[in-house]
Each structure stands twice: as C-alpha cells, then as structure tokens.
Design a protein around this ligand. Structure first.
Ligand SMILES: [Zn+2]
Ligand SMILES: [Zn+2]
Length: 216
C-alpha cells in the first residue's frame, strides 16, 4: 500500500533544515525525512486488533512541526517517538477486518480512532493513569509489545492514518453515529483536546475568553 512516512535520519533532517531556510518545499523534497512511498500492508497485531481503512485524516499542528522540522532537538516529545513511522493520528475510517477476540466492532463500521498507544494496546495491565481514564498520562509509552511511541503516527511498529490501511486496537475505536459525517467526525481529536482544556477551567458566563489555534 501507499503511505506517508517519516524517517529520523540525521543527514536528512540536517539537509531539510538547511535547505528549508531557502524554501519550505525543500522539506518535502527527496532530501527531506518525509516520503510518499510503497510500504508493506498492515497486519492484525493480535486477536483484539482491527484493520481500518482511513477515510479522512486531519493534519495536526504537530504533523506540520514534524514535516517542516520545527521542533527543537530538545523537544521532550521526541523521547516518545520511534522511526521510521507512518504519520497521521487524527483518523476516521471504516473497519475492514477484525481479530478473533474483537467484540464491539464489525466489518463495515464507521469509526473514529483515539490514537494513544497506552497500556491496553501495548498488552499491559493498566497503569494507575489508564485505570482512571487519563490515557495521555500513561507511564507505559515505552513498554510492552511495540517500539516507543505516544500515539499512532509516532511509532515504528503501529502505522498511522496517512495510509491506505492501518491496524488499531479495539479499545482505541469509537463508532461514529449515523447522523455524524466523516467530515465532522474527523475533528473528534482536536475537539477533544479543546474540550478537555475548557472542562479543566470552565469560563463563567460573561467572562472574556481567548480562542487560540484553529485546530486540524
Ligand atoms: Zn493532533
Ligand atoms: Zn497506562
């Protein structure tokens, strides 16, 4: 299948960074770390895994930072990335195959993907944060069955959504109601991030608010 991949190769990153000063297009050239290329088809990674055909995948601010090599070398998130990997973590699509132990999903279901590769997808007993539903705070993004990676699109063993198919653990899938289009559902990930911030500090009626960032 075809996919957009990212390869952490220091010579490529250095070349893209140097040439990128003259033109941002250099970051997308054959000198850069990003490729649109043929890769092996994904496989079910276990009986609780599902193959999904992505229909839409948002371009996150972090994807742009990555493509244009904007993140500092000391960015803490680089500690939870493995490469090469298939990019894309804001994904909606259709289930095309299910593993033997999958209970909630069926072939043909429309789904939104929660991209975090926390304890359950890694085949580990839940850590204290996963137990209380705080998956982004999971302590196991380095452990378990796969290479390190906080979420899909940053892990060399589990491909992201900028591809013709992807393998996803059942726990990471949410059915999209019939009344919600793929166009709307693909905003689930950035919407969840914004909603989380608002719920942490709910503004009072009449208070001044700043709307920052325009999402995916
Ligand atoms: Zn994102
Ligand atoms: Zn965890």
């Amino acid at each position: 299948m075809k996919a957009i991949t990212f390869n952490i190769s220091m010579p490529r990153i250095a070349a893209a960074k140097l040439l990128g000063v003259a033109s941002r297009r250099a970051c997308l050239s054959s000198w850069g770390p990003v490729r649109y290329q043929q890769v092996p088809d994904p496989k079910l990674l276990g009986p609780e895994w599902v193959l999904v055909e992505p229909r839409l995948a948002g371009i996150c601010g972090s994807d742009i930072m990555q493509v244009f090599i904007k993140a500092g070398i000391d960015n803490p998130l680089s500690a939870v990335v493995s490469a090469p990997h298939i990019m894309g973590h804001e994904v909606v699509g259709t289930v095309i195959e299910t593993g033997g132990a999958v209970r909630r999903m069926r072939k043909g279901d429309r789904v939104a993907v929660s991209p975090l590769l926390s304890c359950a997808p890694r085949g580990l007993p839940s850590c204290e944060f996963c137990r209380r539903g705080d998956y982004p705070l999971c302590h196991r993004f380095f452990d378990g069955s796969f290479a390190k990676g906080m979420h899909l699109g940053t892990c060399s063993d589990v491909g992201g959504g900028f591809a013709e198919a992807m393998s996803v653990h059942e726990s990471m899938l949410f059915p999209i109601p019939e009344s919600v289009s793929f166009d709307a559902a693909v905003l689930a990930d950035p919407f969840a991030v914004s909603l989380h911030a608002v719920l942490r500090a709910p503004p009072e009626p009449g208070q001044t608010a700043v709307v920052y960032g325009c999402g995916s």
